[in-house]
Design a protein around this ligand. Structure first.
Ligand code: EPU
Length: 350
């Protein structure tokens, strides 16, 4: 089934809770509905208008009303394709709620996703953004992605390698932006539990008798202690990526700030994307923002979350301009104080 709404409020479809409108909002339940819409769209909506596909809207910043067509998948379902050699293969509808899917996998004895518990996302968007947390990323478990080409209406399948996954990115987010609508994501998950608890915060879990549900519970506890619940305080999770800087730059900063933390860069694709050498170091954006004095501060109705300054929040009734202005002020200040350019993780839409 296909539903088309006009002049539609996107407030429930962006986790910042911004009251912006889309000229058209189109929701489809399967790939055939979408293909039919794409081939007949001139009779349903203004054929010239721009199109953008959203998931749960938890990584988006609408900078104003969207004068075009927002597409949203209602493709549901979890299908077991195969189970062999200690792995299960699952094909999952793009509109499935991410955390419900994680809970379902654990309940069925399929593992690996427990570290990614409670991330606000839908399954399709999880592939676009290559969501990650606590030492795991969606790409570690994705085998392939099924899509509809929004230009031709053709159904296509991309292998994991073709998707170009790296730190919080994929080809869907960058060079293929606007080209494909994801209908299903195929995952391969181990049927035996191998705990992945080296990340700080999880490493103190007792290994004896540890279950995936224990890891899930711990991740949920950690996330709840640091990150605001979007239904209570609008936000899009980490607003910025953690930046990578040269060892020389880091050593200069350390003379002035002896406590500046750093992590080794482990993701080669991220280095090439940022056009930097992998001998460089990752610095937590949260630390830079806090050190620059922004933690808990606000500009208008846009604020910097008091427990995790990497998260910008809608303090209530914020406009897109207020969020954009706060982000710009932080970026300018961090650039000025540390010579580091922060890059937004969220997608700006105008
Ligand atoms: N920090 C501060 N002040 C704070 C909080 C953190 O200085 O108030 C510094 C500390 O040095 C801390 C470091 O930042 O050790 C890292 O903090 P944290 O472990 O909370 O992780 P993060 O790097 O800020 C990343 C992801 C999160 C993910 C967590 C846990 C990015 C952009 N963000 O945050 O992902 O949940 O690690 O794995 O990589 C998201 O993508 O939306 C997201 C929330």
């Amino acid at each position: 089934m296909l539903t088309i709404k006009t002049n539609y409020s996107l407030k429930p479809h962006n986790s910042f809770g911004l009251d912006v409108k889309a000229k058209y909002f189109v929701e489809y339940e399967n790939a055939d509905d979408l293909a039919e819409f794409l081939s007949n769209r001139s009779s349903m909506v203004n054929a010239q208008c721009s199109m953008f596909h959203i998931g749960s809207g938890s990584d988006l910043l609408f900078t104003k009303d969207f004068d075009g067509c927002i597409l949203h998948s209602a493709v549901k379902g979890i299908e077991k394709i195969d189970e062999c050699d200690g792995h299960v293969t699952l094909s999952v509808g793009a509109a499935e709620n991410w955390d419900d899917f994680v809970a379902w996998t654990i309940a069925h004895g399929y593992y690996g996703l427990e570290n990614l518990s409670l991330i606000p996302s839908e399954v399709g968007a999880a592939a676009v953004q290559n969501i990650g947390a606590y030492g795991a990323e969606a790409k570690d478990f994705i085998v392939s992605v099924h899509c509809v080409d929004m230009h031709t209406g053709r159904q296509v399948r991309h292998t994991k390698d073709e998707c170009g996954f790296s730190y919080r990115r994929s080809n869907y987010k960058e060079q293929w932006r606007g080209q494909y609508a994801i209908t299903h994501v195929v995952f391969s998950l181990p049927t035996e539990f191998h705990p992945n608890i080296s990340y700080k915060g999880l490493s103190d879990l007792p290994t004896q008798g540890l279950t995936a549900q224990d890891v899930r519970n711990k991740v949920i506890e950690l996330r709840r202690s640091k990150l605001p619940e979007p239904s209570q305080l609008g936000n899009a999770g980490s607003f910025f990526l953690n930046p990578i800087i040269s060892a020389d730059h880091y050593n200069d900063l350390r003379r002035q700030y002896p406590d500046i933390p750093h992590y080794p860069v482990t993701d080669n694709a991220q280095c090439s994307m940022l056009n930097v050498q992998c001998s460089r170091l990752k610095v937590p954006a949260a630390w830079l923002i806090e050190k620059a004095g922004w933690k808990g501060k606000s500009l208008g109705r846009a604020g910097v979350y008091h427990n995790q300054p990497l998260v910008l929040v809608n303090l209530g009734g914020a406009t897109p301009d207020e969020i954009v202005a706060l982000a710009a002020a932080i970026m300018e200040d961090v650039q000025h104080k540390f010579g580091i350019t922060l890059k937004p993780e969220v997608i700006y839409l105008d």
